[in-house]
Design a protein around this ligand. Structure first.
Ligand code: CNA
Length: 276
């Protein structure tokens, strides 16, 4: 674990400001890296990430698997890998629990997640404080006629790696979970919720490569002089470029432990995690 040292702000200072009550509006932005410890591979990690496993599928380009125009005529690759992405019965990680603890303490203004696994809410982050920027796996519809599709049949399709098709004989479109594919719009609330970033007094960015727009631009909307913390295995976006940035490079759960330690919340977080 290394914290970069050329910044004017450090973790201790930020923790002290949280403890003294001068930071109360934390906005979090999370990505696949907070869920890898729960057993869900991310996209871009070099050997374990999903994009590293695509060769046998002979896709024209890696993102095709999540691109709506490709899915409409070739949905098979998506379902060939759906099971690995959606294993079910997962326990939220310490990082998810930390976000829920922030919410419980009244310190979490809002959580933008790019994840579709729902683990933030499973940990206890209130749904009214969460925006699933890229949708989620809770429901599914025919991509053509938008008819609903039963959960049980969807679970079977994912388990078997088979494409589920619309039950309307006249349609027969491929069914797609309500996740946002490349080429699809973000949820309608995104534009409005985005404004909360400018009002944040701390931004916490965790487990994301910040490669997918427009969410990747959210950290840039934080006001100058407001601290931003990155907890990730590698640098991402422009985090680390501002004097008030703190980058904790390493595993998310270790970074969260470091922050919890500075806050004096170590035991409380561990106890809280056991209850989620
Ligand atoms: P990404 O592009 O795969 O980046 C993940 C980032 O997390 C990388 O920078 C990794 O180095 C880092 N990372 C991985 N594991 C850890 C760890 N344990 N500790 C610290 N850092 C780690 O994923 P993004 O979220 O940035 O990209 C956005 C995509 C990924 C969204 O559209 C998601 O829907 C999609 N995705 C979601 C899930 C999920 O819901 N759990 C899983 C895989 C992909």
């Amino acid at each position: 674990m290394t914290s970069t040292d050329k910044q004017s702000t450090d973790l201790k200072t930020i923790a002290a400001r949280i403890k003294s009550g001068s930071i109360t509006r934390i906005v979090a932005l999370t990505g696949a890296g907070i869920s890898t410890a729960a057993g869900i591979p991310d996209f871009r990690s070099p050997t374990s990430g999903l994009y590293a496993k695509l060769a046998p599928l002979r896709l024209p380009y890696p993102e095709a698997i999540f691109t709506i125009s490709y899915f409409t005529h070739t949905p098979e690759p998506f379902y060939a890998l759906a099971r690995a992405r959606h294993p079910g019965n997962l326990k939220p990680t310490l990082s998810h629990a930390f976000l829920a603890l922030l919410a419980k303490k009244g310190l979490l203004q809002f959580c933008f997640t790019q994840n579709i696994d729902g683990l933030e809410c499973d940990a206890g982050v209130p749904s009214e404080k969460t925006l699933w920027c890229h949708g989620n796996w809770k429901n599914q519809h025919c991509h053509k006629c938008h008819a609903e599709y039963p959960d049980e049949l969807m679970k079977k399709a994912v388990r078997d790696g088979e494409v589920p098709y619309c039950l309307d004989e006249g349609c027969k479109g491929a069914v797609k979970p309500d996740v946002v594919f490349f080429g699809q719009p973000l949820p309608a609330e995104y534009e409005e919720k985005e404004k909360l970033v400018a009002d944040a007094d701390l931004m916490l960015v965790m487990g994301t490569s910040l490669k997918v727009a427009p969410v990747s631009q959210l950290p840039r909307k934080v006001r100058e002089g407001v601290p931003r913390i990155l907890i990730n295995r590698e640098r991402s976006g422009d985090l680390g470029n501002r004097p008030d940035d703190v980058c904790i490079l390493g595993a998310c759960d270790d970074g969260v432990k470091e922050l919890a330690e500075e806050l004096g919340w170590t035991e409380e977080l561990e106890e809280f995690w056991k209850t989620v």
